[in-house]
Design a protein around this ligand. Structure first.
Ligand SMILES: [Zn+2]
Length: 451
């Protein structure tokens, strides 16, 4: 594949998009990518993101709108950003109109087995780390909670969507205005950056957008890393991202391809790696930020839809932490919601994903429920005989991380969230709901609940 780029600048006032930098700016930098396919490239592929879904490339160009007048971007950053958009479609080689560094070239071959050649030059020196910490900030509840664990002067970089000119409206229910609002409401100690792009529309399964590569949402942060003088990128991943959706302990708490970020001078940090969603909600509350997070992509700012699984889980959690029953009206909405009904009536793994957290919440709330909500409560009880670990931090997840940063993280965690004791750790490590799904007794009980 041949990839070229163009960087241009506009006055912010000439754009309708909410591109901003809390430090102030008059300009927007537009970065355009053009992809030219060669004989062994393909337009249908399997995503490199978790799930490895079938995807197809619908366009040959994408565009980013970044706040500020960015004159140059290190070639390795430009290249990594491009690979996060098209890597699964590349046959055997990728040629940029500029050479990348030798160090980056090596990390590309290690990370992307399909790529056998990328143009590099010994004259290009690697990007050196900056001095400021960055976070890829979504505005979601985990992102907001995890922001309590990062240094106060960090840059929060939001990747928001804008429709692609060659595709038009697609997934029009998906809103990002509430994520931008959440960012705006974050503490002033952070530098807040809102960037827009149409890249998410480039890869779809025909019905919805699918990330072509892991951590594709970090692309705006990559493109701005020089401008913002960044030395790290944090993400809002929680334990479930490392343990296989809370149902089975995985044992590793690092993104295995983090070296490709290190090759562009960015340490990859996941401060929420030892926390469940209960922990991030507790952190957000402690910082007074729980009411500004964006629960789901369906509703406007502070008006979550209450019909999707995320809203269901978050409201349950909030009730558990408040010690109150969910509003009867809301339970009524859940019991009619296709997403909640499908979770209640599923024998599949997808229905078991967050059961420890859900089980913990129902235990805390107590009381009787009805309909689909009650089915989920009974299922959660079946899978999770002891979900007490949900409200604690698993400190072992923080081993082997950057010391200075993690010291800050652990200090905040100790002030806010308790740590698991050894029996909770044992319970957590040995927990395997997927294995229970294969147990005939459990399957029978599950059937009787669903019936
Ligand atoms: Zn929702």
């Amino acid at each position: 594949m041949r990839i070229s780029t163009r960087i241009t600048h506009f006055l912010t006032s000439t754009l309708a998009l909410n591109v901003f930098d809390s430090n102030g700016n008059d300009y927007v930098t537009v970065v355009d990518y053009y992809f030219s396919l060669e004989h062994d490239d393909k337009v249908s592929a399997k995503s490199f993101n978790a799930g490895n879904e079938a995807i197809s490339l619908g366009v040959d160009n994408v565009r980013f709108f970044l706040p500020g007048k960015i004159e140059v971007v290190h070639p390795d950053l430009l290249a990594l950003a491009a690979l996060k958009i098209v890597s699964p479609y590349i046959g055997s080689q990728v040629i940029f109109e500029f050479p990348v560094s030798k160090k980056f070239e090596e990390s590309v071959y290690k990370c992307y087995k399909n790529i056998k050649h990328i143009n590099s030059s010994g004259f290009v020196s690697s990007r050196l780390p900056g001095t400021i910490h960055g976070m890829s900030f979504s505005g979601g509840a985990d992102s907001v909670g995890v922001s309590a664990l990062i240094p106060e002067n960090s840059c929060l970089v939001l990747s928001a969507r804008t429709f692609h000119k060659d595709i038009g409206k697609f997934e029009s229910w998906y809103r990002t205005d509430q994520n931008v609002e959440t960012l705006k409401h974050m503490p002033e100690s952070f530098r807040k950056i809102s960037a827009f792009s149409d890249f998410e529309f480039a890869s779809t399964n025909g019905k919805w957008c699918i990330y072509p590569d892991k951590y594709a949402f970090t692309i705006p942060l990559l493109l701005m890393a020089d401008y913002l003088k960044l030395k790290s990128v944090a993400t809002g991943d929680v334990l479930a991202a490392f343990t296989g959706n809370e149902v089975k302990f995985g044992g590793t708490f690092s993104y295995k391809d983090a070296y490709i970020y290190e090759a562009v001078g960015l340490e990859f940090i996941q401060p929420g790696c030892g926390l469940t969603e209960v922990g991030t909600e507790m952190l957000a509350r402690k910082k007074g930020l729980a009411n500004i997070s964006s629960t789901c992509q369906y509703g406007p700012f502070q008006k979550p839809c209450m019909k999707c699984i995320k809203c269901f889980r978050k409201e349950l959690l909030r009730c558990a932490l408040d010690g109150r029953m969910p509003d009867e009206k809301i339970v009524g909405i859940w019991n009619e919601s296709p997403a909640v009904l499908s979770m209640a009536n599923s024998m599949e793994r997808s229905g078991a994903q967050m059961l420890p957290t859900i089980s913990w919440a129902f235990d805390r709330i107590g009381g009787k429920f009805s309909g689909a909500t009650e089915k989920i409560r009974r299922k959660a009880k079946l899978f999770s005989p002891n979900s007490g670990f949900a409200e604690f931090a698993y400190y072992s997840a923080y081993r082997d991380k950057d010391f200075e940063y993690i010291l800050h993280t652990l200090k905040t965690l100790i002030e806010t969230v308790g740590s698991m004791n050894s029996s909770q750790q044992d319970n957590f490590i040995s927990y395997d709901a997927l294995a229970q799904l294969k147990n005939n007794d459990v399957v029978e009980q599950l059937r009787s609940i669903i019936r």
